[in-house]
Design a protein around this ligand. Structure first.
Ligand SMILES: Cc1ncc(COP(=O)(O)O)c(C=O)c1O
Length: 395
């Protein structure tokens, strides 16, 4: 049987690759998982009672776009967090951001741009759905280095004009997975100006927006408002997975220009799966409450602080501005992950599993990604073992 050629060069997903690398070897100590970006702080108390009170909702097909109550809760959160006033028809509820980041590209990427195959830009390294979305729509994925040299964000303006003219969509992730970089208001304003100049749309993956160290990251909606950018050029993707420690709820939203959102809504009404009604009710409460978000952020801030102390003075250690990953330089990410597992039982992800070869180089190869999702004591233990194993005791 023939399979699609366009996916034939896709590497295996990061976690099966990691299992293949590590699982043939016994751990060198009590295993500590610092691999997956799955929050492990408590979920909000109200989830169970709201779900129980709305069980009957599983007996009906849910509204495609989101209930009016959920859309209102989301516009309220956007107004408080970003100072932008959106109407409910500028939002669609998502089954988590991954679904939206994929489906919005299908809904919005044209077959041709400037009479040629369209380009979709993405940072490198990056969250892998961006590349699969590009391949799915028949666009050319262009991987743009996001390394120390560019503040760990992609420098899209440095691309050749012919690439920018063919660009239909540019993904940006802030706070960035895996690098932890946060895009400034100026960076986002420049990106929107570039999008205007070359007529493309920015997809801002802001699913880590509520996990930050000192100041809340600027959002694309705020910048679009202050720069009076065309709202159709700015789509943002948000999630309860990280914000509310509900990765299994599968709930988020996409917001942006009315026409773009209408296209995204339309596609899902034909081919997608709306969120079950009881999940929409829980989500409504989650977007309306900040207390649980503040409590969770405080736990991450303690862990950032612990990481700063453990890696104090280490060359190349870059405290993340947001998100919950450390992106640590090593000679070779796979060799480091294997050594760490075999000698200590600490499990981390080789950076190259999140990046692609581009221009003869792989910008993730010399890194490991370390998730700070476990409780503080376990995280501290894992980080200390990691430092001693990979960088020499007491670096
Ligand atoms: C950068 C980034 N975007 C999107 C997602 C998808 O999250 P969800 O679909 O749970 O909202 C993740 C999950 O790890 C992520 O790290």
């Amino acid at each position: 049987m023939a399979f699609p050629e366009r996916f034939s060069n896709l590497p295996d997903y990061a976690f099966p690759r990691l299992r293949k690398l590590l699982d043939a070897h016994p751990p060198g100590g009590e295993p500590i998982a610092m691999t997956i970006g799955e929050p492990r702080h408590p979920m909000p108390d109200f989830v169970g009672p709201i779900l129980a009170a709305n069980l009957a909702g599983f007996a009906v097909y849910p509204p495609n776009d989101g209930t009016p109550e959920l859309l209102t809760a989301i516009t309220g959160w956007i107004a408080r967090r970003y100072g932008a006033t959106l109407s409910p028809d500028q939002i669609m509820a998502l089954n988590g951001t991954r679904e939206g980041l994929f489906n919005a590209a299908i809904a919005l990427c044209p077959e041709q741009k400037a009479g040629q195959k369209p380009v979709i830009l993405m940072p490198n390294p990056f969250y892998q759905v961006y590349a699969v979305a590009a391949l799915t729509v028949g666009a050319e994925p262009v991987y743009v280095r996001a390394t120390a040299a560019t503040g760990f964000l992609p420098d899209y303006a440095s691309l050749p004009k012919d690439i920018l003219d063919r660009t239909a969509i540019a993904y940006i992730c802030s706070p960035a997975n895996p690098q932890g970089a946060v895009a400034s208001a100026d960076y986002l304003a420049d990106l929107l100006a570039l999008a205007e100049k070359h007529d493309f749309c920015v997809f801002a993956d802001e699913c880590y927006s509520e996990i930050w160290r000192d100041t809340p990251p600027t959002g694309l909606l705020t910048v679009a408002k202050t720069t009076a950018a065309d709202p159709e050029r700015a789509l943002v993707f948000h999630s309860l997975s990280k914000r509310s420690n509900l990765p299994g709820l599968r709930s988020g939203f996409v917001a942006g220009g009315r026409n773009s959102i209408a296209e995204v809504r339309k596609l899902r009404s034909f081919a997608g799966a709306p969120l079950p009604l009881p999940i929409q009710r829980v989500s409504e409460a989650a977007w309306a409450d900040e207390a649980h978000v503040d409590a969770s952020r405080a736990l991450y801030q303690q862990k950032f602080h612990a990481a700063d102390q453990i890696f104090a003075g280490m060359q190349g250690y870059q405290p993340p501005g947001g998100g919950f990953f450390l992106w640590l330089p090593v000679e070779d990410g796979e060799a480091a992950a294997l050594k760490l597992w075999c000698e200590t039982g600490v499990r981390v992800l080789p950076g190259a599993y999140l990046s692609r070869d581009a221009g003869g180089q792989n910008p993730g190869k010399g890194y490991i990604r370390v998730a700070l999702v476990a409780p503080k004591e376990e995280t501290q233990r894992g980080l200390t073992q990691l430092r001693d194993c990979l960088y020499g005791q007491g670096t």
